[in-house]
Design a protein around this ligand. Sequence first.
Ligand code: NAD
Ligand code: IPM
Ligand code: MN
Length: 356
Amino acid sequence: MNYKLAVIPGDGIGPDVVEQTLLVLDKVGEKFGHTFQYHKVLAGGCAIDATGGCLPQETIDVCKASDAVLLGAVGGWKWDTLPGDQRPERALLGLRKALGLFANLRPALLFEQLADASPLKPEILAGGLDIVVVRELTGGIYFGEKGVKDTDLGPAAYDIEQYAEEEVRRIAKVAFDMAMKRSKHVTSVDKANVLESSRLWRRVVTEVAKDYPEVTLDHLYVDNAAMQLVRNPRQFDVIVTSNIFGDILSDEASQITGSIGMLPSASLAQGNFGMYEPVHGSAPDIAGQDKANPMATILSAAMMLRYTFGLGQEADAIENAVKSVLDQGYRTPDLFAGEGTLVGTAEMGRRIAEAI
Ligand code: NAD
Ligand code: IPM
Ligand code: MN
């Protein structure tokens, strides 16, 4: 088969980790008889530099005309002083909205080879860790009304958290469907003791649960959830939560697995279309130094094969290649705990491609 991919390398370490991922995809194509056709387009800081805007219309058009999108990361110090609506990060939000990517799946999986890279004690992690954060991606405070105004205390700024019932219903369904294929346990995370939008969230999730009698549902306030994630992460299977809580909790979950450089994600629309990107950002502190871990992006490509293209065997091949390279002891700096062989971005990518 021939698959058309829109590829958005972006900024910072984005181009480095995407380059390695395309090598791995080429290897998968060779081995399994597929062709992946890449159409590279601009978004983020590099697009601002080249065109004046962070999200050119051409980029949206190419994404819409493709079977899936692979994205590195956007943003960086150079553009940090631009007004909010012109920042590189707006490109990511614009793409999510334009492509209808309301469901963000962020699996936090502990590879047993990396248990010593996790900050948690071995006894807390005994038996492994396999959580999926299902993050609502096109609503909430990210997309609510925002602005500035004068108050008694002087100039102020605001961002409104708002959820429509339908937005909660569709993300809850994604979470329950996911739980049915896993351990049948959903934890919904909100702040219903304070926020009206969270009370609506909790009510709708509880309604959706009625259609999934086999799934256990519980609710946690976000502050408790953040604490429980480090106290006893093995209590979680699927976590469903709002845009901003999901952003924060998925970074927290990532570190438990050893490094944010390991965490892939899928951002899905209704149907099979999706954008695939690592959970991490453009890491300007290590950009261009051959230090970035490409595995989060490579594993995101595996999610693309599985979720958008239905190529389970090919996705397994990528995940097994990652495991085998970890088994051989290769570690990028973020994972290096004194043992094994320290390698850079390019060598890690090459070794994973060779292991396909
Ligand atoms: P970050 O995820 O880029 O980096 C946080 C820390 O993790 C840094 O120390 C970095 O070196 C490290 N890190 C991240 N990815 C790594 C990898 N693959 N290998 C090894 N180490 C890695 O978060 P930040 O520093 O808060 O943000 C930097 C920029 O990225 C900002 O402009 C931010 O807005 C943007 N950002 C973009 C995305 C995205 O495009 N999806 C996501 C998050 C942040
Ligand atoms: C992420 C990022 C983005 C988000 C930013 C860069 C807009 O942190 O994908 O996790 O907050 O969604
Ligand atoms: Mn984030």
